[in-house]
Design a protein around this ligand. Structure first.
Ligand code: SAM
Length: 345
């Protein structure tokens, strides 16, 4: 019944406090359990390059930030990490980087192929807006999934934050990915400067409308070396809003994979991602980038476990999941959506 999923209902959920807030969290947890079960999928993320041609106003690795020491990991280094993941009960590798359109597309395709052949892991890519042909090439190389947040559903705010790019461009990329049968993930930041609760509700509704396989959301955190350094998160006086948003997102998107994202731990050190898992999330993405690179993939302050090497991060993830009475997911952890996935490997 589509009229359960109205803007009014989302706004109502985003406004609850006290006992009603606890009830919202319980409801989200029940929806998660009924639709996704108790398994928590671990998807290790390798931040393989911080080189970026874009100048997104919020992002620490934006092109204009001269304080960043730029790096690209070699394919062999990435492959070596991917080769250890199975031992740590990870079935998906997420390859994420800044954006260098056209410069390393073929290299990435070859890497995807090598990872698939050597490990059989599911491969998720997250490297931004690209032409349909590039997505098709990576798909042919074996790419299973793609993560590309729309960041905000407010087109004017999107344009202000992303010089030279539009919300329409981003949504077109998501459409292209879907048309290729790639499992498609998107999402948004919560509390960008200028965001209203109405926009937040629209973000959640847009996720539903896009019928996403995966949805990643997390608080916006101002970075000192970006143009948004002097700003505050729109909900800095009401951090419960981050979890209201997550719980509402789960209720509106019962069968999407929703990760407990790192930014929750940056705002609520040591417990943010645990709380997220109890309030709607069912995926955990430990950062398995080697420490020497991780320090330079500094998107926002307070990013957790920057001093921990890949194995420590994954072991800690397993401990967290089991301490919550949940199980580590087995199998590839593909989309739960019942749709044709053309060419699924
Ligand atoms: N370049 C690719 C892209 O934009 O999809 C992948 C890397 S990008 C750095 C990954 C995500 O980091 C973005 O989608 C954005 O939501 C998040 N991010 C960047 N800066 C942030 C900040 N200051 N606070 C919270 N999240 C941030």
């Amino acid at each position: 019944m589509e009229d359960e999923y109205t803007r009014e209902r989302a706004l109502e959920m985003l406004g609850v406090t006290g006992g009603a807030l606890e009830e919202l969290y319980r409801h989200a947890d029940v929806v998660r359990k009924n639709h996704m079960g108790d398994d928590v999928y671990i998807r290790g993320i390798i931040e393989f390059s911080n080189i970026c041609v874009n100048d997104c106003l919020y992002c620490g690795i934006r092109a204009s930030n001269r304080k960043v020491g730029r790096y690209v990991m070699s394919p062999d280094e990435i492959l070596a990490i991917a080769g250890t993941m199975g031992r740590f009960r990870q079935t998906t590798v997420v390859l994420q980087s800044g954006e260098t359109p056209g410069m390393a597309d073929e290299k990435l395709g070859v890497l995807i192929r090598r990872i698939k052949e050597a490990t059989g892991l599911a491969v998720t890519v997250s490297v931004g807006n690209r032409p349909l042909e590039t997505y098709r090439y990576w798909r042919e190389c074996g790419m299973d999934r793609y993560l590309l947040r729309f960041e905000t559903s407010d087109a004017a705010l999107f344009a202000r934050l992303h010089p030279g790019s539009s919300l329409d461009d981003r949504l077109r990329c998501l459409e292209h990915l879907r048309s290729l049968g790639v499992q498609t993930g998107s999402g948004f930041m919560i509390g960008l400067p200028g965001e209203t609760v109405g926009v937040l509700a629209d973000n959640i509704l847009l996720c539903r409308r896009l019928d996403l396989d995966m949805i990643g959301i997390g608080p916006f955190i101002p970075h000192p070396d970006t143009p948004l350094c002097g700003t505050k998160n729109a909900y800095h006086n009401d951090p419960d809003m981050f979890f209201r948003a997550l719980a509402t997102l789960r209720i509106f998107n019962p069968d999407a994979h929703i990760p407990a994202t790192t930014a929750f731990d940056a705002v609520f050190p040591g417990e943010g991602r645990n709380l997220a898992l109890k309030r709607g999330a069912n995926v955990f993405m430990p950062n398995i980038t080697p420490v020497r690179y991780k320090k330079e993939y500094f998107l926002y302050p307070g990013k957790p476990s920057v001093d921990e090497e890949p194995e420590e991060c994954t072991t800690a993830a397993i401990v967290r999941i089991e301490s919550l009475g949940r199980r580590v997911g087995r199998g590839p952890g593909h989309s739960f959506k019942k749709r044709e996935q053309p060419g699924q490997k």
